[in-house]
Design a protein around this ligand. Structure first.
Ligand code: ADP
Ligand code: MG
Ligand code: ZN
Length: 533
């Protein structure tokens, strides 16, 4: 048997394993095939680096980013471990040194970019040396439908078969579908030993807020955390530049980062962020996997991420050192519309699009959650938890009201206008606003005209937003984003189900709501037509 404790201390400088590390290290060291799912910052690298030292021969590490490999190789070398990387970023001297160490049988860890596997010579080279383990970092990159897909990851299965050595795969992405894909593509479907470890990051405070002057919301959030390192994620490149400027003019040290920048400029930002205290990077999701800074104190989303997994990964970059960290995610109807249309207009097959809508729904459900966000978030990953006391909803529980009546009013207005309009016009109908559009279409004759006057316009906006959040209605890209009813709205419309909504974004109506039949007899044919769909 082996004793990993001295290596842990002497080479890596840690007194104890983090939760989950030890059992993974044991399994990998004894040569089991392993799939380990651990949150970002959970300490996955150690789970293959330590076994690499305990096993004979070389461990080949496949990793998606050159910067990530270089950091790890440098760290290992500084700790006195023989490690090297073969990447397109190498100088000829570096490559020579790696070969020399390999041929002398000294090298313990060989990092390789997946693209290297495409070159025919790589396999021959690896066959000649004593490879005893393959470690795959960020294994979700093998998932064709995930946000980090790397086609060359699909070659890893071939590599495993050719070398016939154990394989250990690591990722922070937890959903069952991605796990299945990893098992299929990396292990040819034969189940590896699985480790699924604690997704909770208790030091990260979770909060969402509906957009209401979003630029000021971001600036206020940053102002309250002046001098702390943070990331602001934006949905567009242009916005990263605009917001970075705004932050600078408020006296912050801030810069932008996105995929349209020159590689050199991006590297400058990465290096500054790693070295400087208190820098804010305003970025698109291009600023991602390679970021290894332990003391990021906050992450703000100026726009809604695309899925609950993306959200989790992005906020997970905060507080890796275990110290307190804060997050704020902003969202509004425009975000929902944008994310839905990105899915609908993408090239994925229909069943994939359904899954993507479901992942977006999970995030929207989190955004509109009525109780502890952490419970909701962990619940999605299959973990149970008590109310956390460290999220905005635990801090101040939202006031909840039975929203069935206004929701049915809104759904009727949608049906009466045959699902051809967006929230703005529908609210005009409900409030009997005599706009030109209302007059032109004779919408003042509808049975729903003016039935919603007991709520104000902002209240209706909040109701429509929550209806989208609960996936009762969806914008249809083929109808310029007109809202269409989904299956899940039908029970509410038919009076078979109730729905609770949050009151926090809704100011009290001055008049008492009149109770009124929301679905008239005339709606019946429409309803049955929909049911038949
Ligand atoms: P992951 O790849 O899971 O996101 P990393 O391997 O990058 O996580 O580790 C995250 C941080 O945790 C690193 O700064 C690392 O040095 C630190 N770390 C890992 N294992 C331990 C440990 N046993 N004790 C203390 N710190 C650790
Ligand atoms: Mg990692
Ligand atoms: Zn909570």
């Amino acid at each position: 048997m082996f004793d990993s404790a001295p290596l842990l201390r002497d080479v890596f400088g840690f007194d104890d394993f983090r939760p989950g590390q030890e059992e993974i290290v044991d399994a990998v060291t004894t040569g089991e095939n392993v799939l380990a799912i651990m949150p970002t910052g959970g300490g996955k690298s150690l789970c293959f680096q330590l076994p690499a030292l305990l096993r004979d021969g070389v461990t080949v590490v496949i990793s998606p980013l050159i910067a990530l490999m270089r950091d790890q190789v440098r760290g290992l070398q500084e700790a006195g471990v023989e490690a090297g990387a073969l990447t397109s970023g190498n100088t000829p001297e570096e490559t020579d040194a790696v070969w020399e160490a390999l041929e002398a049988g000294r090298l313990k860890l060989l990092y390789m970019a997946p693209e290297r596997l495409a070159a025919g010579s790589a396999l021959g080279m690896l066959r000649r040396i004593n490879v005893s383990l393959i470690a795959v970092d960020e294994a979700h990159c093998v998932s064709q439908w995930g946000h980090d897909f790397r086609p060359d990851y699909l070659r890893i299965g071939e590599l495993r078969r050719a070398l016939n050595v154990p394989l250990a795969a690591f990722t922070a992405t937890a959903d069952a579908e991605t796990q299945d894909e990893i098992v299929q593509k990396l292990f040819d479907g034969s189940e590896p030993r699985k480790f699924l470890r604690g997704f909770d990051r208790p030091n990260i405070h979770l909060a969402f807020t509906a957009k209401d002057g979003p630029r000021k919301q971001v600036l206020d959030f940053a102002a309250a955390r002046k001098g702390q390192s943070g990331i602001v994620y934006c949905g567009t490149r242009n916005k990263t530049e605009v917001l970075a400027k705004a932050l600078c003019s408020e006296g912050h040290s801030a810069c932008h980062y996105h995929g349209g920048m020159e590689a050199d400029d991006r590297r400058i930002v990465e290096t500054r962020f790693a070295r400087e205290d208190g820098l804010i990077v305003v970025a698109t999701v291009a600023f991602g996997m390679g970021i290894d800074k332990p003391d990021i104190r906050w992450v703000a989303h100026a726009d809604l991420p695309k899925s609950i997994e993306a959200y989790y990964q992005e906020i997970g970059r905060a507080g890796r050192d275990g110290g307190p960290a804060e997050t704020l995610t902003m969202f509004g109807p425009d975000d929902i519309r944008l994310r839905r249309s990105q899915i609908d207009e993408g090239l994925a097959p229909p069943e994939r699009r359904m899954a993507d809508h479901a992942r977006l729904n999970a995030l929207l459900g989190l955004a509109e959650a009525l109780k502890c966000r952490r419970q909701t978030l962990l619940g999605y990953f299959g973990e149970q938890a008590d109310p956390c006391g460290k999220c905005d909803l635990c801090d101040s529980p939202p006031e909840i009201f039975d929203g069935t009546t206004p929701v049915r009013m809104a759904l009727s207005a949608i049906l009466r206008t045959e699902e051809w309009f967006g929230a703005g016009h529908l609210i005009d109908i409900l409030l009997a606003n005599e706009t030109d559009k209302i007059r032109a279409r004779r919408h003042d004759t509808l049975s729903t005209y003016g039935i919603g006057k007991d709520w104000s316009r902002p209240q209706w906006q909040a109701i429509f937003r929550q209806m989208m959040g609960h996936d009762l209605v969806r914008p249809d890209p083929e109808r310029h984003g007109a809202l269409r009813m989904t299956e899940s709205a039908k029970p509410i419309l038919k009076g078979e189900a109730h729905i609770n909504l949050r009151k926090d974004t809704i100011r009290k109506a001055t008049r008492r709501p009149a109770v009124k039949a929301m679905v008239s007899e005339e709606d019946a044919p429409l309803l049955s037509a929909l049911k038949a769909k």
